[in-house]
Design a protein around this ligand. Structure first.
Ligand SMILES: Cc1ncc(COP(=O)(O)O)c(C=O)c1O
Length: 496
């Protein structure tokens, strides 16, 4: 049976948004446009928001018991409502048809991909983002862009970047990589005396992008930017590592014979959280012209742990830096920041001129900095969590998650059924079955974990070996969660 054929016949007894009472029948309380469900909702907004808040609170209270992941079972299709059922009815319908199939992605044992949770202050900031619904794209009407600038400044401090690095919010690390590489593309044009922004990417001719273990979003960005996926040349890695061999990188640059290139360095690879030697790479610029972009989507947070900060030493020397915030800052999706030292080039790429917008001045409006024009004030959730917990609070989340990853790594290393594929350098445990791991064997373990509802881990392939990853980046995860996961891993392998 195809998944789309499945329908929900029963649902878990989740919290009812209206306490089990039937939704209020919409009433016509006014005239003209005040009639109908919208007018009723407007008249009852405080109670409706209170009901929504109470429902959200119950969902959060049950996060630890909710299945970490769900195999999708789709509800019966519903057609577009004509009149609509009002907010209370919509809450009931969501709770009945959709919420039972939603995973505890923000919960403590969701260790798939690299997934953060949501701190209380970040959640409040996110709610207020929708409440105030500011469009920070221009500074004509509101202080909202200034709040974003302040937040970017705080983040720059948090990651120890120098003041030359200016930044802006984007929706995720993919867009942050795209933006950094778009600025890099303009820099290549500058070196060749042309402007890609004005003349198009064809004026550049062939472009070389060098990287050791780039994230797939870098490859996607090269496609989106018209540079082409084949512009990427993968540089040899250090033996048994995902970090680039800097001597090989220097040789590749030598071969370019002085032609400018882009180097994408990686601070925190997805499988084994390996780090390129940023200082050594940056030093190569003495002899070779290249733009240094660093994908530090979650690795940048190593700067918050004194024992691990050396892993990102030299980050400030990059020309552009990508950091995701919906990962280890524990703000809700979608949020990331991009930094660059060359705001002038950034503006050349992204400036958006229109008679009704402000021209690019000394303090450019945000519309001139990233692919988006109108957008939500996604800085507000980050501002709230930084204001509420500060550098110390966020450093504590990072240190705690690192310790939990190390603890799970030790537990797995002690289990005869499994073996670690790399030392636990930061917050990800990459491991496999001890004897003859196959794709099917790993899929079986991953499915058994998912089916249990206890935890969610994602399968991967590391150096050709099918494997599993457990990524810790949620502030809610505790030692007892590590216990539960370790027991679960033993159980599923006993059953196999
Ligand atoms: C190193 C790295 N770069 C980029 C990304 C892309 O992030 P996003 O999915 O938020 O765009 C990820 C996501 O896991 C990542 O780990």
């Amino acid at each position: 049976m195809d998944a789309s054929d499945k329908t929900v016949t029963s649902h878990a007894p989740g919290p009812s948004p209206t306490g089990g009472h039937p939704p209020e029948t919409p009433q016509a309380t006014g005239t003209g446009r005040e009639r109908g469900t919208l007018g009723t909702d407007r008249d009852h907004l405080p109670e409706l928001l209170e009901a929504t808040r109470a429902y959200a609170a119950r969902l959060l209270a049950g996060l630890g018991d909710r299945a970490a992941a769900r195999t999708p079972v789709r509800p019966a299709p519903a057609s577009l409502p004509e009149a609509g059922v009002g907010l209370r009815g919509a809450l009931e319908e969501f709770a009945r048809r959709w919420e039972p199939g939603f995973a505890a992605g923000a919960g403590p044992r969701y260790l798939g991909f690299v997934t953060g949770g949501v701190t209380p202050a970040a959640l409040a900031g996110d709610w207020l983002t929708g409440t105030l619904d500011q469009n920070p794209t221009s500074g004509l009407d509101s202080l909202a862009p200034d709040l974003e600038r302040e937040t970017v400044g705080w983040l720059r401090d948090l990651f120890g970047l120098p003041p030359e690095h200016e930044g802006a919010f984007v929706s995720g690390a993919t867009l942050s990589n795209l933006t950094g590489l778009a600025i890099a593309r303009e820099w290549l044009g500058e070196r060749r005396g042309v402007s890609v922004a004005e003349e198009g990417v064809a004026v550049l001719g062939p472009v070389t992008v060098l990287s050791g273990s780039p994230h797939s979003s870098t490859v996607k960005s090269l496609s989106m930017l018209g540079l082409g996926r084949s512009a990427l040349r993968r540089v040899s890695l250090l033996p048994g590592r995902e970090a680039v061999d800097v001597a090989r990188l220097a040789e590749e640059l030598d071969r370019l014979d002085g032609a400018p290139a882009i180097v994408v360095a990686n601070s925190g690879t997805v499988n084994t959280v390996d780090f390129d030697d940023l200082r050594a790479i940056a030093a190569l610029r003495e002899h070779h012209p290249f733009w240094l972009h660093v994908d530090a989507a979650f690795g940048a947070f190593a700067a918050l742990s004194p024992e691990h900060a050396h892993l990102v030493a030299g980050l400030g020397e990059a020309d552009s830096v990508c950091v995701d915030l919906h990962k280890w800052l524990n703000v809700p999706y979608d949020s990331a920041v991009q930094f660059t030292r060359r705001r002038d080039l950034q503006i050349r790429v992204f400036q958006n001129s229109a008679a009704y917008l402000t021209p690019v001045g000394d303090v450019p409006d945000l519309v001139h900095l990233t692919p988006e024009n109108s957008r939500r004030l996604r800085a507000l959730a980050a501002w709230f969590t930084l204001a509420a917990y500060g550098r110390e609070g966020h450093a504590e989340i990072v240190r705690h998650d690192i310790a939990l990853a190390a603890a799970l790594g030790e537990r797995i290393a002690a289990m005869p059924a499994y073996r670690l594929l790399a030392p636990v350098r930061l917050n990800v445990v990459c491991f496999t079955l001890a004897s003859s791991p196959t794709t099917a064997g790993i899929a079986e373990v991953a499915e058994a974990i998912t089916e249990s509802g206890e935890a969610f881990l994602t399968p991967t392939v590391h150096e050709g070996v099918p494997a599993l990853r457990a990524a810790f980046s949620n502030w809610r995860t505790t030692e007892s969660d590590v216990d539960r996961i370790a027991k679960l891993l033993q159980e599923v392998v006993n059953r196999a």
